[in-house]
Design a protein around this ligand. Structure first.
Ligand SMILES: NC(=O)C1=CN([C@@H]2O[C@H](COP(=O)(O)OP(=O)(O)OC[C@H]3O[C@@H](n4cnc5c(N)ncnc54)[C@H](O)[C@@H]3O)[C@@H](O)[C@H]2O)C=CC1
Ligand SMILES: O=C(CO)[C@H](O)[C@H](O)COP(=O)(O)O
Length: 299
């Protein structure tokens, strides 16, 4: 099969390499010429523009988008629109908001598949876990590509109609936030607690047979090995947050309580206060108000 790939960053290059390794042909485009050159070195056919890209694909185009979620997806679809019809298939492999996906699936002239992708750049060798939404015929048509990009045939599934793939991936990310928070709290207590522990050793022994072993825990072990047991210069600041916010919003809409995911998301926002958390400073001052407790003050 010939696959067109748009968006050749951390994730897109892996899709290119794994698709080529499975003996498919790849036409590659990115706004960044260096990224196109890297894909060409891997064996993809480079495209100089989106028009050139669509010409190289001919009829019955199979296109995979791996651009940042949001505006970049809309801009790309808008530019592709004149070249697309219902026999073409567009896969959005990024972390798009599922309601955007439903809207795009309705307006895109091509048949649209949404593909939640999990595994991250570190999953390049193993392959990804793919959660796919959209028409069954299009999923079947691209099955050999999904086999290549995923860990294999068990690494991808059709979840249901348009939007369902990105919906499942959004909630996957909410779970990811909560798991990170749980490991973070446990290791914080171990770090601050009664014993002088080597946290890499703790993570390592937990990863060997413990109930809480996981890939995230292997990444904890790697972090302590590379940064030190006190995490060295790693700052108390967590970026990201969009997928966790959408998950919490959906929990509110569905009236499903998500206290762990909400707390993990709040911790991220809290970590970004430049000057300490205002709420904690006010609580500090209020303890003086009602109890005449001493007020610790900043320098
Ligand atoms: N990095 C990760 O761990 C994961 C990322 N994702 C999702 O995959 C998507 C891509 O992520 P990354 O590869 O990490 O991003 P990235 O920032 O490494 O790469 C994005 C690429 O898209 C290109 N691009 C941006 N706008 C474009 C446009 N209009 N036309 C053509 N190319 C354009 C950029 O030049 C860049 O090469 C995002 O939606 C992200 O949320 C999903 C799972 C894991
Ligand atoms: O989808 C992912 C992992 O599964 C991406 O790494 C995503 O960027 C994580 O979300 P956030 O940036 O909000 O932490």
């Amino acid at each position: 099969m010939q696959l067109g790939l748009i968006g050749l960053g951390r994730m897109g290059q892996i899709v290119v390499e794994r698709t080529l390794a499975a003996d498919h042909d790849v036409v590659a485009f990115d706004l960044d010429e260096d990224a196109v050159a890297t894909a060409a070195e891997a064996g993809a056919e480079p495209a100089a523009s989106l028009e050139d890209f669509t010409e190289r694909l001919g009829t019955d185009k199979r296109i995979w988008l791996m651009v940042p979620a949001g505006e970049a997806v809309d801009v790309t679809l808008e530019e592709l629109e004149p070249y697309l019809d219902g026999d073409d298939i567009v896969v959005d492999g990024g972390n798009s908001y599922f309601e955007d996906t439903v809207r795009r699936a309705e307006s895109c002239p091509a048949t649209y598949l949404d593909c939640g992708t999990s595994g991250g750049p570190a999953g390049a060798e193993l392959g990804f876990s793919l959660m796919i939404g959209g028409p069954q015929w299009a999923y079947n048509e691209l099955e050999s590509v999904f086999d290549a990009v995923a860990t294999g045939p068990d690494g991808h599934e059709r979840m249901g109609e348009a939007g369902s793939g990105h919906y499942v991936k959004m909630i996957h990310n909410g779970v990811e936030y909560a798991l990170m928070q749980a490991y973070g709290e446990g290791f914080e207590l171990l770090h601050e607690g009664r014993y002088d522990l080597d946290l890499e050793n703790v993570a390592s022994v937990w990863n060997n047979g413990a109930v809480i072993r996981s890939w995230l825990l292997e990444l904890c072990e790697e972090a302590f090995r590379e940064e030190g047991t006190d995490l060295g210069t790693v700052a108390d600041r967590i970026e990201g947050g969009s997928t966790g916010t959408w998950t919490v919003q959906e929990g509110l809409e569905q009236e499903v309580p998500l206290p762990l995911i909400y707390t993990a998301l709040s911790e991220r926002f809290g970590s970004r206060a430049d000057d300490g958390r205002f709420s904690r400073r006010l609580a500090n001052r209020l303890r003086y108000g009602f109890g005449r407790h001493e007020v610790p003050r900043r320098e």
